[in-house]
Design a protein around this ligand. Sequence first.
Ligand code: PGA
Length: 251
Amino acid sequence: MRRPLIAGNWKMNLKRDEAVDLARGVGAAAGDGEVDVLVCPTFVHLDSVFSAVSDSKVAVGGQDVYFEGNGAFTGETSTEMLKDLGCEFVILGHSERRNVIGECDKLINQKLHAALAAGLKPILCVGELLEERESGKTMEVVQSQMDGSLEGVSADQMAEVVVAYEPVWAIGTGKTASPEQAQEVHADLRTLLATRYNQEVADGVRILYGGSVKPANAAELMACPDIDGALVGGAALKADSFAAIIEAAGA
Ligand code: PGA
């Protein structure tokens, strides 16, 4: 039985006081129910957010990490720094990093190995552009992102990996994949994991959906058999809407 995970990706939003207020609100909403709850603030707020959720079950994660251990890498953050603060998860290969910053699967793969070696759980994001969906290439694209990003990752290591399917055309656009569209890709991703690894890995890996998840559509998405939670952007920036999504995942 896969435990649902609801993760808030706060992206480059919120000043410190706002981040702390939101973290407290999420802490109050998370309870200790059947849903794992995670928030991923910008690096500069990680410490403040940790303090704000310290008496709750809310986990905190990074939005990215670099693969080198330490040294002359201006602007980057290491896995050890995230672990030292207490981070449990790290988002990797988000479509904004792939398409805005220009990250490729090879770099994401290096980051993923570094995260696993440090004991961080990577949330690996994959997803197709609108033109790729419209030309029938969705599975080809996500399969190649999965294969490239997961190269050299063992079946045992996959127990620590979370996958997030985020169609790029649905991120921040208000357009959500229908539950049928999302379920179809999630099921294909699970089949891919069974082919590349084995059925146990496929059955165990949590696959989150992301892309304009909100209180109004969360329940029908979460009801799909292969959707194990959500990676939430915009609706994670308000405690009440994030709380409603957590509730939908636990229903
Ligand atoms: P959104 O973002 O919920 O605002 O579409 C999701 C994401 O980018 O992870």
